[in-house]
Design a protein around this ligand. Sequence first.
Ligand SMILES: Cc1cc2nc3c(=O)[nH]c(=O)nc-3n(C[C@H](O)[C@H](O)[C@H](O)COP(=O)(O)OP(=O)(O)OC[C@H]3O[C@@H](n4cnc5c(N)ncnc54)[C@H](O)[C@@H]3O)c2cc1C
Length: 309
Amino acid sequence: MAGKELAALLGRETIKGEVMTDEALSKHTSLRIGGPVAAMVFPEDPVSLKNLLSAAAEDDIPVFVIGAGTNLLVTDERIDGIAVSLEAFDRLSVTEEAEDDVTVFAGAGLQLWRLVNFAKEKGYSGIEALAGIPGSLGGAVFMNAGSFGVEIKDVLVSITVMNRYGKIAPLAAGNLRFSYRRSNLPEGMVILGASIRLKKSDPSEVEAKVNECLRKKRLTQPLGEASAGCVFKNPEGENAGRLIDLAGCKGMRAGGAEVSGMHANYFINKGNATCKDFIELMDRVREKVKEKSGITLEPEIKIIGKNLN
Ligand SMILES: Cc1cc2nc3c(=O)[nH]c(=O)nc-3n(C[C@H](O)[C@H](O)[C@H](O)COP(=O)(O)OP(=O)(O)OC[C@H]3O[C@@H](n4cnc5c(N)ncnc54)[C@H](O)[C@@H]3O)c2cc1C
């Protein structure tokens, strides 16, 4: 991609919002890993996002959406493209109220904990188990985030998406074929927001459930350290953390990346880990688990490579 093309695109007055050039993505991921991206853009509104996406499509400039970066492993090499953050898309409102339930619309950039807190304060039940999952609502929908047997798909009514030419459309949750940590969102779609349905309940009961989920997470997960959550998906009927532990990998290290001693499916950046270290550790753990249990682990984290694949 020519620098001139990118500068012309970013200079357009029709794209409102902050622009950072050669921004280190390590500053935007919970793992604190990631090299520079040619540009990171924070569109202020849907029109600016539309203008950005359509101009990038016209000029063949690769674009990817970054949520809160809590499930990402980003390459150390420079990414010749645009990272888009929807931080400004953080609306939260009740759009429909029935006797027993409410429908809430939340923007993709809203932090999931804000939605969980809102539901807790109002006494709306359904997403208590998602308490403690970091990240944005857009990321949670894209990843079909879940915990304690509840996934975001369970409460989702529909999402609003924008395609790479800026066209906005609603998509019913039923058409998305959600599966374990997957939304099957069509390629190039950006989630703008989601409608979710929650049951009216007793605020103290909702609060008790939220607190219980948070308590369990604090006991079992290294929440204070730099990680991207679970590295591998749980194989059908198995638990990836248990398999990694059984294979003797707790504490295993590659450069600055280490398998957590607290939860074996969490790999920690001990301070100076690179993407290369992290991938080496993933490969070694996968090999050990295969040797010990015959099971091949699949990554849960999203790997963002130089070529954005
Ligand atoms: C300490 C810790 C604990 C965690 N615990 C859990 C857990 O219990 N359960 C769980 O499921 N996950 C867990 N995770 C993983 C992670 O928090 C979730 O997957 C989260 O939903 C990711 O959201 P994000 O905004 O950070 O997405 P990102 O990591 O920024 O992005 C993830 C993917 O979503 C895409 N994406 C993000 N926003 C949009 C959008 N608006 N439109 C289109 N695509 C988009 C990105 O392109 C990327 O492919 C944990 C992570 C950490 C660090």
